[in-house]
Design a protein around this ligand. Structure first.
Ligand SMILES: Cc1cc2nc3c(=O)[nH]c(=O)nc-3n(C[C@H](O)[C@H](O)[C@H](O)COP(=O)(O)OP(=O)(O)OC[C@H]3O[C@@H](n4cnc5c(N)ncnc54)[C@H](O)[C@@H]3O)c2cc1C
Length: 243
């Protein structure tokens, strides 16, 4: 059941020129049970009227702090709040919400995890769960991450380190505007949709997750349906504004 509680900002840094990583502790010290892939809602007033915005939890359950990554939107109300939040200050949240999670009953052989921008954060939270699923039933994973340029490939070092350690896990950044100059052999030019075609989605083996930009989610959804994946095997989280 979702709860209402406060979070205190403990630390933060910029992940990209307009994306802030924030780590919070629950202000009352209580634990926050959630499943990797779920999100919280941040509650705040705009001109005295109650408002809320959703943010995916960006780290796996069981950690001391809870991470989110906020992509700044020009003129955005939550952007104004979360970009100016100082260490020690509190925000009011509720959660956890959502079913964009790994399903214990899944029997697929491969996960195609597709995200743009901060839409990659649920996959960061899922990493330990994916490792467990690999141990239990030998799954393979491909993360397709769409961004415009090198500075926007969020958590790149972490995903790359995980991929180096786990040969069954592929991290495939898809750069639409400028390539990276980092020597990561999986880098592609273009959109995640192009890389998705190359992976040849297969109804027998694959379950897909799509997260982030609604246009990307819709385009990949159509592509996967055309490849024969049934709708229950295409799980979606669109980062639309809750206004
Ligand atoms: C389930 C879910 C999970 C989400 N998780 C995250 C997350 O982890 N990280 C994250 O950064 N965001 C996430 N979002 C989006 C987030 O909830 C807000 O919508 C976003 O941060 C903008 O809020 P804002 O108050 O700053 O802007 P608003 O005040 O809502 O919007 C300001 C203006 O910008 C436009 N706008 C809103 N969003 C965008 C956008 N993405 N691109 C361009 N223009 C926009 C609006 O139409 C409006 O004109 C998630 C959304 C959902 C539904």
């Amino acid at each position: 059941m979702p709860e209402h509680f406060n979070l205190t900002l403990r630390s933060s840094h910029m992940l990209a020129p307009s994306v802030r990583h924030l780590s919070f502790a629950r202000s009352d010290g209580a634990p926050l049970p959630y499943i990797a892939g779920q999100f919280l809602q941040i509650h705040f007033p705009i001109d005295g009227v109650a408002n809320k915005r959703s943010y995916s939890v960006a780290n796996s359950p069981g950690a001391e702090l809870l991470d989110i990554a906020v992509s700044y939107v020009e003129g955005g109300a939550a952007t104004a709040l979360l970009s100016a939040l100082l260490e020690g200050q509190q925000i009011e949240v509720s959660g956890p919400y959502g079913r964009f999670c790994l399903q214990p009953k899944d029997q697929n052989k491969r996960y195609l995890l597709i995200g743009t921008g901060t839409g990659v954060t649920p996959y960061r939270a899922m990493l330990p769960g994916l490792a467990q699923a690999h141990e239990e039933r030998g799954i393979e994973v491909a993360v397709l991450f769409g961004s415009r340029n090198a500075s926007e490939v969020l958590y790149a070092k972490e995903f790359e380190a995980f991929a180096r350690l786990h040969p069954w896990f592929r991290f495939i950044p898809c750069l639409s505007r400028e390539p990276r100059d980092c020597g990561w052999a999986e880098d592609r030019r273009g959109y995640v949709q192009d890389a998705l075609s190359d992976l040849q989605p297969n109804v027998e083996t694959d379950t897909a997750y799509l997260c982030g930009n609604p246009n990307m989610v819709d385009a990949c959804f159509e592509q996967l349906k055309q490849a024969g994946l049934p709708v229950p095997k295409i799980r979606r989280e669109k980062y639309i504004s809750s206004r």
